[in-house]
Design a protein around this ligand. Structure first.
Ligand code: BGC
Length: 255
């Protein structure tokens, strides 16, 4: 996947799946805009690793849940790197609570990052592509829960279901501009979002029983698909979700 000369903006790239994506795209030749919350010092480590690969990189901090920040993130990225070709909407949060316990603040926190922020960051990116008359790629890190119910994670599932339809809509609407839009739906991946699970042998054993390939995914499993969708071989792929879950989503069996 030769991404030489491309600039990719990756949200939530100080850790977990986002970090693996940033490093993988850099290894394929892309320059990287690292976006994460401004208080996340781990961004500096990612920056150093990318520069060590001989690529250009900047840290462009901001809150994805804030529309003013979304516009500023794209403007700063373009000002410092000259252009953006690939947007990876990876930042996401989840909240575990029974339906009756979910407050308006809980709802807003999840929906603002996972859906509203992704929407307006994408809008700012597409505006940049229109202004400069260039094609581009939008890759959203969704979840198997854009399809699969997950009791006690209703805000998360609502955000990912919304992201699925946002992706399908934009794939059609933006195709005339040479912009492709796709989702990646990871299953259970070894990342900080799954700390609760990774720390509980019981929960982990139960989960592994649901994964036909018998292991959790690694951030690198997801990053490889991002590299494909960002590269020349995926030029004709748009409007679809790539599921990376070891078989979890469609697993059903009777003993
Ligand atoms: C969620 C994890 C969950 C996994 C599989 C992911 O989208 O972030 O909390 O373990 O899906 O259900």
């Amino acid at each position: 996947m030769d991404l030489t000369g491309k600039v990719a903006l990756v949200t939530g790239s100080a850790q977990g799946i986002g970090k693996a994506i940033a490093l993988r795209l850099a290894r394929e030749g892309a320059d990287i805009i690292i976006v994460d919350r401004s208080d996340d010092s781990r961004s500096e480590e990612v920056l150093a690793e990318i520069m060590a690969l001989g690529r250009r990189a900047i840290i462009d901090p901001g809150d994805i849940g804030n529309v003013v920040d979304n516009r500023r993130i794209v403007a700063d990225g373009v000002a410092k790197m000259g252009q953006i070709d690939v947007l990876v909407n990876n930042a996401g949060i989840e909240h575990n609570a029974p339906f009756l316990a979910i407050t308006e603040a809980d709802y807003d926190a999840v929906l603002e990052v996972n859906l509203k922020g992704t929407f307006f960051l994408t809008q700012a990116f597409v505006q940049h592509l229109r202004d400069t008359q260039r094609p581009g790629r939008v890759i959203n890190i969704s979840s198997v829960h854009e399809e699969l119910p997950f009791p006690h994670f209703t805000t998360y599932c609502a955000s990912k279901g919304g992201l699925k339809m946002m992706m399908r809509n934009l794939a059609i609407e933006l195709a005339p501009f040479g912009i492709t839009v796709n989702n990646i739906a990871p299953g259970a991946i070894e990342t900080p979002i799954n700390t609760r699970l990774l720390d509980s042998p019981e929960l982990l054993t139960a989960l592994l029983g649901n994964i036909p390939l018998g292991r959790l995914g690694k951030p690198e499993d997801v990053a490889g698909m991002v590299a494909f969708l960002a590269g020349p071989d995926a030029a004709y792929v748009t409007g679809t979700t790539m599921v990376i879950d070891g078989g979890l989503l469609w697993n059903y069996a009777e003993q």
